[in-house]
Design a protein around this ligand. Structure first.
Ligand code: SF4
Length: 396
């Protein structure tokens, strides 16, 4: 088996996963390069889920291995402290999706798993690893598994996927005729169905040509810093001067007259404050890390947080309590799992069949919450609509 530990893979300066950022803020890759690359726990979990999915897909499509060897390899991955049983169900669902794509071909297609793709013809020294490539019937499918559940990622016009597809076209154009390219992002913890998008190979190549000057600028570290939503995962997001100046700038504020601000002004203040709060929280974490490293953050210091009580040996402590006559029933609580926890254990499909479709679980609305108008949910209001109560004629 030729699996390379995902965490050990090198990353290009113009990484495909950061293309949505460097295509807008061209100096960002060179700035990020000067900063330490720390991987969050969520990212490490994503890497582990990718390794599990790679093992399953390889076994199924590339290198059939016996059940004992497969079980041993899976057991090794499951021994990782970051392993969560949900990874087994989400990667099974991913395997099912890839199977459905493969089975839609009239004859067996070519399949590559975790294939390194080179898109340096469009972005200097650009390369990456595509989770799954399928080619047949003049079609190229590029599929990406995403374990994250924070931000839904769409395949439509997705620059990461388009760069992988350009790399795949280059790798296989001598062997296969390809007219159509389908990009798919499978993000099982966010939605049941993958996000899919299709374009022609000619359109994809034209896009590749269009980004060449921008990619060259990004590689050289030239251009203007451009602040926006893409800053969220930038390594410089806490300390980037352009971002901090934009977040804290008061230029756009028209002096407000007392005593009350209008709802228009409140809406604008909320919008700006959201960015500031998220930046403030991550800046505080960065400053704490700096203080713990012994660095100087003038006016701030690191201290011990509030402590908590912990058993030195829980089994021994409970045995002691019971030996002292404390009833076991007082020491343990047996609680049923919540529906989301059961779903995590069973997987979405099984959970739905056993609980939702049988009426054992119904959905109740949550408490009202304020979100930007761009949110896809329907707006609600307590205001009584006469038309809804009295019919079309409100009697006016
Ligand atoms: S934080 Fe934003 S503006 Fe600053 S370098 Fe990163 S992407 Fe560019």
């Amino acid at each position: 088996m030729t699996q390379i530990a995902h965490a050990d893979r090198a990353h290009a300066l113009l990484a495909a996963s950061a293309a949505h950022r460097w295509l807008i803020c061209t100096p960002s890759p060179r700035l990020e390069e000067t900063l330490p690359d720390t991987e969050s726990e969520a990212a490490k979990k994503g890497t582990l889920a990718h390794e599990i999915s790679e093992l399953k897909l390889r076994k199924h499509f590339i290198e059939p291995i016996g059940p004992r060897k497969f079980a041993a390899a899976l057991k090794k991955l499951k021994a990782d402290p970051l392993y969560d049983p949900e990874m087994d169900t989400t990667t099974d669902a991913y395997l099912e999706y890839v199977q459905s794509v493969v089975h839609a071909f009239s004859s067996p297609p070519y399949i590559a798993i975790e294939r390194r793709v080179d898109y340096s013809a469009y972005a200097p020294q650009g390369y990456g690893t595509s989770d799954c490539i399928i080619i047949g019937s003049r079609q190229l499918h590029v599929i990406d598994y995403k374990h994250g559940k924070g931000v839904p990622v769409d395949a439509e016009d997705n620059p990461q996927m388009k760069l992988y597809a350009l790399g795949a076209l280059k790798a296989y154009e001598m062997l296969y005729e390809i007219d159509t390219v389908q990009l798919a992002i499978f993000q099982p913890r966010v939605r049941d169905q993958p996000s899919e998008w299709t374009l022609s190979a000619a359109e994809l190549r034209a896009w590749g040509e269009s980004i060449k000057p921008v990619a060259a600028k990004a590689y050289a570290g030239e251009g203007e810093y451009a602040v926006g939503e893409h800053c969220g995962f930038c390594r410089a997001k806490e300390m980037c001067r352009a971002r901090v100046e934009t977040l804290l700038s008061v230029e756009q504020y028209v002096p407000m007259k007392p005593p009350l601000i209008s709802w228009e002004e409140a809406a604008e203040a909320l919008r700006r404050a959201e960015g500031i709060v998220s930046w403030y929280n991550s800046l505080k974490e960065a400053a704490l890390a700096e203080a713990l490293r012994g660095g100087d953050v003038p006016g701030w210091k690191a201290v011990e947080g509030r402590g908590s009580r912990q058993y030195t040996d829980m089994d021994a402590a409970f045995a002691h309590l019971q030996a002292c006559g404390i009833d076991e029933a007082l020491l343990y609580e047996r609680k049923p799992l919540t529906p989301p926890a059961v779903e995590k254990v069973l997987g979405k499909k099984h959970y739905r069949e056993l609980l939702e479709e049988t009426g054992h679980v119904v959905s109740k609305s949550g408490a009202p919450t304020l979100v930007p108008v761009s949110d896809k949910r329907t707006a609600i209001s307590d205001k009584i609509d006469p038309a809804a109560v009295f019919g079309g004629d409100s009697g006016a």
